[in-house]
Design a binder for this molecule. Structure first.
Ligand code: NDP
Length: 329
């Protein structure tokens, strides 16, 4: 007989929101074509919002949260995956509208899965997680726009965040000269260890300023949005490129068209959630070649399913630095 499955379960009844470590039966799992033993998941900002109920992330109840996971296939009716394959999932609404990774087992659609690339372990895949994958998509987007290490200085905002710190590391590995913008200047040594050459205060970008400013950066990776993104556009060099993936400062974009029509600047949107499979495979193959085990150990801590709820609260209080990997077995 199958043992019950340990899982974080979110419920909402009569406006009472709850997230508990609970058990579910195999028959409760969704009817999808690939069954998985989840090895590791992670705690992302979005998972923190879902578990604490601080943001409208969960679209149906009960819900198992966890927007990313790595696991081993235990049953499959898909031609793409067979028993014993290691697979990665990021996004596709998993942990929001489909049951996610914060459980011992999951049932998922094969269209959402990619194979674990050669060269990284399952745990390393989740040390990278959605933050590293989104940073990689951003770096690839700059490269596709013709940005090279010779183009000049690259700005990374939200530098101590998951996406920002990965972006710094990846750009440095590829030979770029990286400037990190942060609100935590006391973490400058850490940012330099990751690969930033210059550290500047995020205050330089966070308030309204002129629509065209001194041409300073060849490109930027922004996870902050709002005035920060507007000021980045205004201070890119002629033909510069900025990728936008996040809204840590705000969802607004109080910018002018001046940088676009007078300096040929490009603004490239990065979405990791619905990204086509070929792009995912490309990004993960690059990640497998660029990250090293020491770096991943330095930026992550491992917890168990029992410790998820408490850590989600701490994540929302801004008390966690780096990646939280959840051992789901
Ligand atoms: P984190 O919370 O780990 O990091 C965000 C960082 O932004 C913080 O560490 C901080 O860096 C900076 N920051 C926070 N508040 C402000 C503020 N008011 N003004 C300026 N900077 C601020 O988040 P992630 O790195 O995981 O994600 C970053 C953003 O990207 C989020 O908005 C997230 O939702 C989004 N995202 C989008 C994805 C997509 O597919 N488009 C995928 C993944 C994430 P510091 O302390 O160094 O200043």
């Amino acid at each position: 007989m199958n043992k019950p499955i340990k899982a974080i379960v979110i419920n909402k009844e009569d406006n009472n929101y709850s997230a508990l470590l609970s058990t579910i039966e195999h028959s409760d799992l969704p009817n999808e074509n690939v069954s998985i033993n989840v090895l590791y998941s992670t705690l992302n900002y979005k998972d923190g919002l879902a578990i604490t109920g601080k943001g409208p992330v969960v679209r149906s109840f009960p819900m198992v949260p966890g927007i990313d996971l790595v696991g081993i296939v235990t049953n499959s009716t898909s031609d793409e995956f067979k028993n014993g394959d290691n697979v990665i999932l990021n996004g596709f609404g998993v942990g929001e509208k489909h049951w996610g990774g914060l459980a011992q087992k999951a049932a998922l659609n094969s269209d959402w899965l990619i194979p674990l690339p050669a060269g990284i372990s399952p745990k390393q895949a989740m040390q990278i997680g959605t933050a590293g994958y989104t940073a990689m998509l951003s770096v690839i987007a700059l490269e596709k726009q013709g940005i090279t290490p010779e183009s000049g200085e690259i700005l990374v905002t939200g530098a101590n965040g998951g996406v920002g710190s990965f972006a710094i590391y990846l750009l440095n590995q590829l030979g770029y000269n990286v400037t990190a913008a942060t609100g935590r200047l006391d973490q400058s040594e850490y940012l330099k260890e990751l690969g930033a050459t210059q550290i500047i205060s995020r205050d330089e970008f966070s308030t309204p300023s002129k629509p065209l400013q001194k041409e300073r950066f060849a490109a930027a990776i922004d996870s902050v949005g709002s005035h920060t993104l507007a000021n980045i556009c205004a201070s890119l060099k002629y033909g510069g490129v900025v990728t936008a993936c996040g809204l840590a400062q705000g969802m607004d974009l109080p910018a002018s068209v001046a940088p676009f029509i007078l300096r040929g600047v490009s603004l490239i949107g990065i979405d990791s959630v619905m990204r086509p499979k070929a792009d995912r495979i490309e990004a993960w193959d690059h990640l497998a070649k660029l990250v090293n085990a020491d770096y991943l150990d330095k930026i992550s801590t491992e917890i168990t399913l029992e410790q998820v709820i408490d850590n989600a609260e701490r994540l929302m209080e801004g008390k966690i630095r780096g990646r939280v990997v959840v051992n789901c077995q």
